[in-house]
Design a binder for this molecule. Structure first.
Ligand SMILES: [Mn+2]
Length: 308
């Protein structure tokens, strides 16, 4: 049922031997992106001055072991230590590359709080940018004590949060709130959004755009599996900016109309995938286990017939 891809050239996947550390610069190339701590304005969508190179990481969903392996293979030196005050993440090394997370840090996998610890440390060090996924936003709402349905792997995150203190919970809320729903990067060449974005929405900060970035193209209906019905928005994309996104697990990572889905379903026993930008190569780590049962087959959803 998968749509034929217009450009069937497989993306090169880097072998482990080519993961030489690439940091020669000891300067702090990311300082420009760190907002002054006094600014609590809306998160910045426009990071076009950030030229990369980037390592864009797909949906992690609590798979902390695979994330640590992937970061090491990408050349990012990140350590987790377990002290009396709980786990602590140390970010060292001098990689000039910048990580970008497509969101959905939490749910389904075995260590969602640790995945957030890693992501927060990387962002705090100016080594990563991130957008939120729909699971992260729902988790944030749960943290705030709002009414949310504890399902689709949130029940595991809730279990894993037992024993975590208020300072950490408060940091998590602030972290998710601090993330822009999409990111414009590398001039006008690259956009990252969790579930994708339509061309005319790029740069817009309105509610419809935010919703699309989190959930993609939906119509409020349910599919045959009882899940929110999705459509393959990328089939209609005609923009010149490359869109890199996640949200929909796929077996094959292929460019479709200048868009690339890098969710390879790690939590479902698939892989955790990163895209090197601008090289357009992939670095992938296989899942150590099938942490959750996939609720529908991998692959892009059906194409919506557009009425002009
Ligand atoms: Mn998602």
């Amino acid at each position: 049922m998968r749509e034929p891809t217009p450009n069937p050239m497989p993306l090169p996947i880097e072998g482990p031997q080519v993961d030489a550390p690439d940091g020669k610069s000891s300067a702090t190339p990311f300082a420009s992106a760190m907002p002054p701590s006094s600014t609590m304005s809306r998160p910045a969508i426009d990071c076009r001055q950030e030229r990369g190179p980037f390592d864009i990481v797909g949906d992690v969903h609590g798979c902390a072991d695979e994330l640590m392996t992937l970061l090491a293979r990408l050349g990012h030196d990140v350590r987790m230590a377990y002290g009396p005050s709980g786990p602590h993440v140390t970010v060292t090394g001098t990689s000039r590359r910048r990580l970008v997370f497509v969101g959905d840090f939490v749910d389904r996998g075995p260590r969602s709080p640790d995945v957030l610890r890693i992501a927060m440390a990387l962002v705090a060090h100016g080594r990563a940018l991130a957008v939120p996924g729909n699971h992260d936003v729902k988790f944030r709402r749960w943290l705030e004590g709002r009414q949310v349905k504890i399902s689709h792997g949130l029940e595991r995150t809730v279990e894993q949060m037992a024993g975590e203190g208020e300072p950490f919970r408060s940091d998590l809320r602030a972290f998710v709130l601090s993330l822009p729903h999409h990111l414009r990067l590398d001039g006008d060449a690259l956009v990252v959004a969790h579930a994708g974005i339509e061309e005319q929405m790029i740069g817009d900060d309105g509610g419809a755009t935010r919703s699309f970035c989190l959930y993609g193209d939906t119509d409020g209906g349910k599919d045959a599996n009882g899940l929110a019905r999705r459509y393959h928005w990328a089939a209609h994309y005609r923009g010149t900016a490359s869109i890199v996104y996640g949200h929909t697990p796929v077996d094959a990572v292929d460019w479709v109309n200048n868009t690339l889905c890098i969710d390879t379903g790690c939590c479902f026993g698939g892989r955790l995938t990163a895209l090197r930008w601008p090289e357009r190569t992939l670095v992938e780590v296989p899942a150590r286990a099938e942490y959750a049962k996939a609720l529908r087959p991998f692959g892009h959803p059906p194409v919506r017939e557009k009425t002009v």
